[in-house]
Design a protein around this ligand. Structure first.
Ligand SMILES: Cc1ncc(COP(=O)(O)O)c(C=O)c1O
Length: 380
């Protein structure tokens, strides 16, 4: 793609948070500043720990005349290929302290369960994973290969969580869930603290001040964990733009209303891990004031973005980014091609934008399918 061509990509909705008030202390209070400090110290001591690369999308920044676009490449996170490796596995270690008589349990759509299974395997603990009828066999096999006992439950994610809670109560298992509910907050706070490690790494990887961060959200755990990292480690607070599928924009609707809104998902997005109808209660305490803007997108440009990452349209090196790695790039392109929004966000030649490349080919079959689709679109 040459510099004069336009992508012509559109976002669905863009809003400003009227209640914006970024307060470092309050944010760190919600997540627990000690948790944030401990998460880095502990995770960086794990065997085979390496910071994931901070890739420069130099071709894309040149095209839009932005100073830098940094892409945090979580495809290289341990061997789990997703940022989720930082959350569940860390919470397993904190809650069990490696006590082998403890069995851990969780309900999952895939990546979180992989992290919990791996965390249990590392410490030699038994692990029970509850999945709904919609989770693929391939994802179930990955967790089995990490030593977990995988239990399939009829119905959706909610049904798998209900069954997980019931069986855990009956058997005395420790639930390691990334989503909070009334009276269950400690583990979700630990998983969020685990995600803040990405920002600690970035603070060591560049001395450029980040001016804008695009953050994907499902229930908001990743976004709020990253924001806790920003509150702790960044000297200057960047503009924070939260991205969701337009069919599951529960954070956008909540920010717009100034209170938590539960939404009905009428059509599931390809962004499976982000297709959530309700923001989790702990992340909400952070997101409601820390986010500057929310933006929503369709699934239309996902396959093409996956192909462009792989085929070096954006950077000098190929990047393996799965579906949930694309929303930051898609919304940045859509925002930058809209003069009004570009000006509102002050995206210009001084901007250093951070994009979270949340996952690689964590679901290999889906990745291959989307990559092939995207490549066809590039050739056309
Ligand atoms: C693979 C994957 N799953 C899930 C999510 C959503 O995370 P959370 O539910 O913590 O907002 C993301 C990113 O937003 C993701 O990349």
């Amino acid at each position: 793609m040459c510099n004069t061509e336009v992508f012509g990509w559109k976002f669905s909705k863009f809003i400003k948070n009227k209640n914006y008030d970024f307060n470092r202390d309050k944010i760190l209070d919600v997540c627990g500043e000690d948790n944030v400090i401990d998460a880095y110290n502990l995770i960086s001591s794990w065997q085979n720990y390496n910071p994931t690369p901070l890739v420069k999308l130099n071709k894309l920044s040149k095209k839009f005349n932005l100073n830098n676009i940094f892409y945090k490449d979580e495809s290289k996170r341990f061997h789990l290929k997703s940022f989720k490796a930082l959350g569940g596995a860390y919470a397993v270690q904190k809650i069990t302290k490696g006590n082998k008589s403890i069995t851990v349990a969780t309900a999952t759509a895939g990546n979180h369960g992989r992290s919990v299974s791996w965390g249990a395997q590392r410490l030699g603990l038994n692990c029970k994973i509850f999945i709904s009828q919609y989770v693929s066999d391939a994802r179930a096999d990955v967790m089995r290969n990490l030593g977990a006992d995988v239990i399939r439950v009829k119905g959706n994610y909610e049904a798998s969580l209900k069954e997980c809670i019931k069986q855990s109560k009956n058997n005395g298992w420790e639930i390691i869930q990334d989503v909070a509910w009334e009276g269950y907050e400690e583990v979700p706070k630990l998983t969020m603290a685990g995600y803040s490690v990405m920002i600690k790494e970035i603070s060591n990887q560049t001395d450029q001040y980040i001016t804008h961060v695009f953050l994907q959200a499902g229930v908001g755990g990743m976004a709020s964990g990253v924001i806790a990292g920003i509150a702790k480690y960044f000297k200057r607070i960047p503009k924070i733009i939260l991205v969701e599928p337009d069919t599951a924009d529960c954070v956008l609707q909540s920010v717009e209303a100034g209170e938590m809104k539960k939404i009905d998902i009428k059509k599931e997005s390809i962004l499976g891990g982000m297709s959530c109808g309700e923001v989790s209660i702990v992340p909400w305490r952070i997101l409601k004031h820390a986010v500057n803007n929310c933006i929503s997108i369709t699934d239309e440009n996902i396959a093409q973005t996956i192909a462009m990452l792989k085929e070096k349209y954006f950077s000098d090196e190929p990047v393996i980014g799965g579906e949930c790695a694309t929303p930051g790039i898609i919304s940045l392109i859509a925002a930058t091609e809209n003069k009004n929004i570009k000006d509102k966000l002050e995206l210009n030649e001084k901007s250093n934008v951070l994009i979270m490349g949340c996952e690689g080919d964590a679901d290999e079959n889906l990745y291959k399918k989307l990559l092939n689709e995207g490549i066809k679109q590039l050739i056309l």
